[in-house]
Design a binder for this molecule. Structure first.
Ligand SMILES: Nc1ncnc2c1ncn2[C@@H]1O[C@H](COP(=O)(O)OP(=O)(O)O)[C@@H](O)[C@H]1O
Ligand SMILES: [Mg+2]
Length: 240
């Protein structure tokens, strides 16, 4: 068996007296796209931040590339797109990509071509020399995703990457994620768009601080005897 890219075991996270994550178990293997779905406030971003060591767990363990986070050495191997864009808005899109490409250690000789590729994936080619302060919200999401993709990381962790992105571009992004999978790299993606959950290899349903189900979309639909992941979700939530 190959080693998991992400391995969470009995993860617990509390904020004050609110237990947001009670017992989260989740793994992402090389060549897999795993979708983490759950309603707003379920704790999807908290799962990611705790896994990345941006929040300290109150119990359990999380390993990323066999390492407990945070770990600066691993940053170049992980493409993380936060739910809130962290961009330099006085710089242009290209300058942001160059800055983050250098941080990730992308070889200077490759950087121009790599930037051109990721910009094309998110349809920002024509806007790269504009300042980010003039970008729309959707353009900022797209630039954040391009930054995450830059450097061909072994692992992509994407927190609601397709919010505010139109369906045609969404398709293109999913096609790129399929390439990432075909390379044997892995993806953990949160979404509340149920159609997108259908495109993953495995879906984890986060409800009540626990992973209520974790399986291939087809297996979950069979188990719940429904036709869509949306219906799986509603059944798991106890809504009929
Ligand atoms: N830094 C924080 N301090 C206090 N509460 C937080 C913090 N981050 C998240 N929460 C709370 O944890 C819960 C889960 O939030 P979040 O992980 O952002 O959910 P999701 O990403 O699924 O929408 C929410 O009730 C939110 O208010
Ligand atoms: Mg979130």
């Amino acid at each position: 068996m190959p080693e998991p890219l992400i391995d969470m075991q009995h993860l617990v996270k509390k904020f004050g007296d609110q237990t947001v994550l009670q017992d989260v178990n989740l793994a992402v293997m090389p060549g897999e796209i795993v979708g983490l779905i759950g309603p707003s406030g379920a704790g999807k971003s908290t799962v990611i931040k705790t896994t990345l060591g941006m929040e300290v767990a109150d119990g359990g363990t999380a390993h990323v590339l066999q390492t407990q986070m945070p770990n600066r050495q691993l940053l170049g191997r992980i493409g993380y797109m936060a739910q809130d864009d962290a961009l330099y808005d006085t710089l242009t899109g290209r300058e942001n990509l160059t800055f983050f490409g250098n941080m990730k250690g992308v070889a200077k000789a490759d950087l121009t071509a790599k930037i051109a590729h990721v910009a094309a994936v998110v349809d920002l080619t024509g806007d790269l020399d504009k300042r980010v302060s003039g970008y729309s919200g959707g353009m900022m999401r797209r630039l954040s995703l391009a930054i995450a993709l830059l450097g061909d990381p072994e692992l992509l962790i994407l927190d609601e990457p397709t919010v505010g992105i139109d369906p045609a571009l969404r398709r293109k992004i999913w096609a790129e994620l399929a390439n990432v999978r075909a390379d044997g790299r892995g993806v953990l993606i949160t979404t509340h768009v149920m159609d997108e959950a259908e495109l993953t290899d495995k879906v984890a349903l986060l409800l009540g601080g626990k992973i209520m189900a974790f399986d291939q979309p087809a297996a979950l639909k069979k188990q719940y005897a429904v036709d869509t992941i949306e219906e799986v979700f509603l059944k798991a939530e106890g809504v009929d």
